[in-house]
Design a protein around this ligand. Structure first.
Ligand SMILES: Cc1cc2nc3c(=O)[nH]c(=O)nc-3n(C[C@H](O)[C@H](O)[C@H](O)COP(=O)(O)O)c2cc1C
Length: 205
């Protein structure tokens, strides 16, 4: 089995639910399976370390998870139009992977959740693409052949899936938002099977 990493941060659960749906899409592809990971929160005492295994939910990611995977789906709630600090904090610890080219030529895609409709979904998605491009990853969006992009009344963008969580962050995902997550996961896993075949050749490295 080849694994696609689904790495996310979530405070109220929306991005976590999107991660599960993307993982479901990944698992639909023959020979592919999702590995779901999260990051600990950061605090004003930045060197404080969390337990290595959280009380509940996905395990915390390690640099090895990125090294081992054949593709990545990266998700974060919007924070002032940008990715959340805990995710950025982890990404800033990946220099060794950049130096070794571990992620080069692997496919990646991004997902997000915002409180307000125009509160920065696209900018947050793009903020997550930037470090992945520096790592040499092949960015994938969602094509308009996913017709939910045309019908959605809330989240869903060609840059990656998104969710409108509402001012209290309690809105549930709509069917269109859910379908786009699953399709994004499926396409990512298909690309990973082509770009990172199990013979280890990785043609675009
Ligand atoms: C510090 C902070 C900044 C935020 N900035 C934005 C923002 O710029 N635009 C927006 O629509 N929502 C913003 N939000 C709301 C979150 O994006 C929302 O709670 C999130 O999408 C819920 O996802 P989660 O359930 O995965 O935590 C912000 C929330 C916090 C705590």
């Amino acid at each position: 089995m080849s694994e696609v990493l689904v790495l996310y941060y979530s405070r109220y659960g929306a991005t976590a639910e999107m991660a599960q749906l993307i993982a479901r899409g990944i698992d639909e592809v023959d020979g592919m399976q999702a590995r779901i990971r999260t990051v600990p929160s950061v605090s004003t005492v930045c060197e404080a370390t969390a337990d290595s295994i959280p009380d509940q939910g996905a395990p915390y990611v390690t640099v090895e998870d990125l090294h081992d995977c054949s593709g990545i789906a990266l998700g974060s709630p919007t924070r002032f139009g940008n990715m959340a600090a805990p995710l950025k904090y982890f990404i800033d610890s990946t220099s060794s992977l950049w130096l070794s080219g571990s992620l080069c030529g692997k496919p990646a895609s991004v997902f997000t959740s915002t409180s307000s409709m125009h509160g920065g979904q696209e900018t947050t998605l793009i903020s997550m693409m930037l470090p992945l491009l520096h790592h040499g990853m092949i960015m994938m969006g969602i094509p308009y052949s996913s017709t939910e992009l045309l019908s959605t009344q809330s989240g869903g963008t060609p840059y990656g899936s998104s969710h409108l969580a509402g001012t209290d962050s309690k809105l549930t995902l709509t069917d269109d938002e859910k379908n786009l997550c699953k399709q994004q996961g499926r396409r990512l896993a298909l690309a990973a099977s082509l770009l990172c075949p199990t013979d280890g050749s990785r043609p675009l490295k």
